[in-house]
Design a protein around this ligand. Structure first.
Ligand code: PLP
Length: 403
């Protein structure tokens, strides 16, 4: 008797935690130390959770042993609503907020509630691959619009427009972007939103990195630029608040909800079916959004994240045959391997060879639905000295690497 996975899984991929991990685990079991640069988990790299968040969760633990409302506790939803009211979304109220077990769960619910088989969702390439995976699992078709590396990885509006069909239901905007670090200017966002407006698309704005910005970049909430569109904005505590393990995120509904009443009923049903988000972590939300703690000291000049971003970007560009667009936000760099210099045909094999030889784990570019095997993603989370050493080792590895 063989139990097989559902045929619905056939095209579902999530390479950030893909099969290469098993090799990394085996190396560690054999006594090697592996530098894991695959998941954006600040806790692994010496980032402490803000004390006031921890204290609030501990203080409320004895109250958090029961199920909560499916959407999440009122105090946390109020904190999220107030946060967005002060940032260009004055109409948002507590009933427009859903808390989730991380943004990941909410992405899954938002997509599942929308799609019929064959419905299309516009997703950037490269993308944070969960969007593509859940679209496929929901029976939909992920249609990738290209981001242009020669234009700082900004989406190409013509390409986006050319990919809209009568089956397109939603537009996913990931800003600041994982894996490229691009931060979208206002005019570009307005252009994207205008396409959504003309083609009556739901907007999914994944803005989990909206406070991790370098070089004075300004983040614009897509929802605030298009109050006339039904928009779901996603963010949470994993990155800017460094508590990824709490699994705490939120979704904000905005725009003319009367146009989406049926969809929202479905979303509500899915929220009820998961009963509620993890209750202790919900108590972290009010402390995070209402508290004194801030990520500014990490991203401003002299800040740890900013320095690490600089080191990663500089060292990568020093490697012959490697070029990297400067990340303007988020926690990653997405360098290009010049195919004329590095003839890589299979980037998963490249990543595995790098792991086996140098004990450094990165993620192949095709894992982010990038169409060619000529990129990889590296985290900018390790201390500058560790990043510097790791990227020099990647350079030495590439110098002798032939596939
Ligand atoms: N969205 C983006 C763009 C991400 O990079 C991530 C995690 O890396 C998530 C969503 C999911 O975050 P979480 O489920 O931890 O809230």
């Amino acid at each position: 008797m063989q139990f097989k996975q559902s045929s619905k899984m056939a095209d579902v991929c999530y390479e950030i935690r893909g099969p290469v991990i098993e090799h990394a685990d085996a190396l560690e079991e054999a006594g090697h130390s592996v530098l894991r640069l695959n998941t954006g988990n600040p806790a692994l790299f010496g980032f402490e959770a803000p004390e006031e968040i921890l204290q609030d969760v501990i203080r409320n633990l004895s109250r958090a042993h029961g199920y909560t409302e499916s959407r999440g506790i009122l105090a946390a939803r109020r904190a999220v609503a107030q946060h967005y009211q002060g940032r260009g979304l004055p109409e948002v109220g507590v009933d427009d907020i859903y808390l989730g077990n991380g943004v990941s769960e909410l992405i899954s619910m938002a997509v599942q509630a929308l799609l019929d088989d064959g419905d299309e969702v516009l997703i950037p390439a490269p993308d944070f691959p969960l969007w593509t995976a859940v679209t496929t699992l929901a029976g939909g078709k992920a249609v990738h619009y290209l981001c242009d590396e020669s234009a700082d990885w900004l989406p190409d509006l013509d390409d986006l427009a050319s990919k809209i069909t009568d089956r397109t239901r939603a537009l996913v905007i990931i800003n600041p972007n994982n894996p490229t670090g691009a931060v979208y200017p206002r005019e570009l966002l307005e252009g994207m939103l205008d396409l959504a407006r003309r083609h009556q698309l739901l907007v999914f704005a994944d803005e989990i990195y909206d406070r991790i910005l370098y070089d004075g970049e300004i983040h614009h909430h897509a929802a605030a630029l298009a109050p006339d569109l039904v928009c779901l904005t996603f963010s949470g505590l994993s990155k800017a608040y460094r508590v990824a393990g709490f699994r705490s995120g939120w979704l904000v509904l905005s725009g003319p909800q009367q146009h989406a009443a049926d969809y929202l009923e479905g979303l509500g049903t899915l929220a009820s079916m998961r009963l509620c988000p993890n209750a202790p972590a919900q108590y972290a939300v009010q402390a995070a959004l209402g508290g004194r703690q801030s990520i500014d000291e990490l991203v401003l000049p002299g800040g740890r994240l900013r320095e690490q971003r600089d080191v990663a970007w500089e060292r990568l560009n020093e490697i012959p045959g490697v070029s990297c667009v400067k990340p303007r936000g988020a926690l990653y760099a997405f360098p290009r391997l010049d195919p004329k210099v590095h003839r890589i045909h299979d980037d998963e094999k490249f990543v595995l060879d790098l792991l086996l030889r140098e004990k450094i784990q990165v993620v192949q570019g095709t894992g982010f639905n990038w169409p060619r095997p000529d990129h990889f993603r590296i985290l900018t989370l390790p201390y500058a000295d560790d990043l510097d050493a790791a990227i020099r080792r990647i350079g030495r590895f590439l110098a002798g690497y032939r596939q």
